[in-house]
Design a binder for this molecule. Structure first.
Ligand code: GLN
Length: 195
């Protein structure tokens, strides 16, 4: 499985390491031609406005759109923002996922926190309930609303949506690449493989 990681800005090298730990091949994507031969793509966390501006500059918006017509894409944090169709402000977005996102939803006081999250989709078949996933939130967005084709994968206790899937597209508000728990990466490889 060849997974590209958009390497314009943000924590792309952590994603590359996580994918390699799960047994996939991972490479950096900076230009449209880097997408050739890839089975899936990860858009990392960082700053969504910066990622968006650089993507416009490198001619990646159209190329990523084309890529998303047939292949899986996962966005973490800023990456989830970039995948969304609406953030209620003006910035370059891919608009591939029918989700509305609120940036920096936890405000300044509590910009970062870690929490054990229940993600039922991580349970392996026949393996009962998944153990909680230790989720790292850094100036994180929440997914404010989802369209009809979108499956909610995880919520905080107050109901805020922090992980969602729409077919081959995956969005997480948190950063699985910053932990040694590779289950979300494995889950994404499953999506890439057609699950
Ligand atoms: N606050 C950032 C943004 O709005 C996202 C932060 C992150 O990716 N950790 O783009």
């Amino acid at each position: 499985m060849n997974i590209g990681v958009l390497a314009l800005q943000g924590d792309f090298s952590e994603h590359i390491q996580s994918i390699r730990r799960t047994g996939g091949e991972a490479s950096e994507v900076r230009l449209p031609r880097d997408l050739a031969g890839l089975n899936g793509l990860i858009v990392p966390g960082g700053e969504s406005t910066t990622i968006g501006k650089l993507a416009v500059q490198y001619g990646l918006i159209e190329a990523l759109h084309d890529f998303g017509k047939t292949r899986a894409i996962w966005g973490t944090c800023a990456g989830a923002i970039f995948l969304s169709k609406d953030v209620r402000r003006h910035q370059p977005l891919l608009g591939l996922m029918d989700i509305t996102v609120q940036r920096n939803a936890f405000g300044r006081q509590a910009e970062s926190f870690e929490i054990d999250l229940d993600i039922p989709a991580l349970a392996r078949e026949g393996n009962g309930r998944a153990r909680p996933f230790h989720a790292v939130f850094i100036r994180a967005p929440i997914i404010e609303s989802v369209g009809p084709g979108v499956e909610v994968l995880a919520r905080l206790e107050n109901g805020s949506i922090v992980a969602a899937r729409q077919g081959r597209f995956l969005a997480t508000s948190f950063h699985p690449e910053l932990t040694r728990d590779d289950r979300v990466h494995q889950y994404f490889l499953g999506i890439v493989g057609g699950k």
